[in-house]
Design a protein around this ligand. Sequence first.
Ligand SMILES: [Zn+2]
Length: 317
Amino acid sequence: MIVTTAQLFKVAYGKFAIGAYNINNAEQTMGLFKGCIASKAPFIIQISKGARSYTDKKMLEAIIRSAGEIFPEAIYAVHLDHGDEKTCYDCIESGFYSSVMIDASHDDFKTNVAITRRVVDKAHAKGLSVEAELGMLGGVEEDIQVEEGNACLTNPEEVEEFVKESGCDSLAAAIGTSHGAYKFKGQQSLHFNVIEAIQKKLPGFPIVMHGSSSVPKDEVARINKAGGTLDPSACGVNEEEYLPAAKLGVTKVNVDTDGRLVWTRVHREYFRDHPGEFDFRPPGKIFIEEYAKFIAHKNEKLGSAGQLEAVRDSVSK
Ligand SMILES: [Zn+2]
């Protein structure tokens, strides 16, 4: 059942975080639904601009609709990840999405507010909520690349004015994470002081954490052992920090890179061990199961595991 993102946030805020997972194809979608059902977790399906053009936006919508029929007990929202204005309007008009993210964080404060405000007005008229971004994450997100030097943490002094002026419903804040597999050099943790300061300024307002993959060392090692050349020093967010962040108002946690690592590990190992194989279904089947396990594990760490019935009760009221 597709619900609004706001309905999920209402149940989760201050208690746990909802996992927001990007999908690109049928195998990933099957694994996502299986993992969320197994862990009894509500979730957010994220569709990026790149995913919409990978096959076709209609294909993804059809895959999600079918998954909803295969897993009727699932509860989830459908969200546009890192939209520009045009893509936001397309998703708002489609009638399929629960919420959109407008990312105008590369513009100055005033322009960011103005663009976000335009999207909010159109979205709210159709019952969708809007995630906006203030501050800038480092790293690579599809066609957006931010050099580490240009990345900047969200300034808590700006958040109140930004939310008030733009009318957005949740805020993607730069709190120490970055996009992609090369996150922290050495051991670095989230900037809890920034999260806390934002929550003080915006009590009850959902904060969104992007770039929240943990980039497990053993996953990178297995990929490299099977022929990959990923940087073994790559390091992400400590999963034990998800819940403390959730208690401070981080209500949505975006995870994409870790799922890509699962795909790469499964396929590299499979074809290394079966060099004569050319049927893509056997590794595809393994991937679906491994991805489901990975999703269930993340949901445990986010605290969303076991919350499905609480959300069902809340939305049926
Ligand atoms: Zn992001």
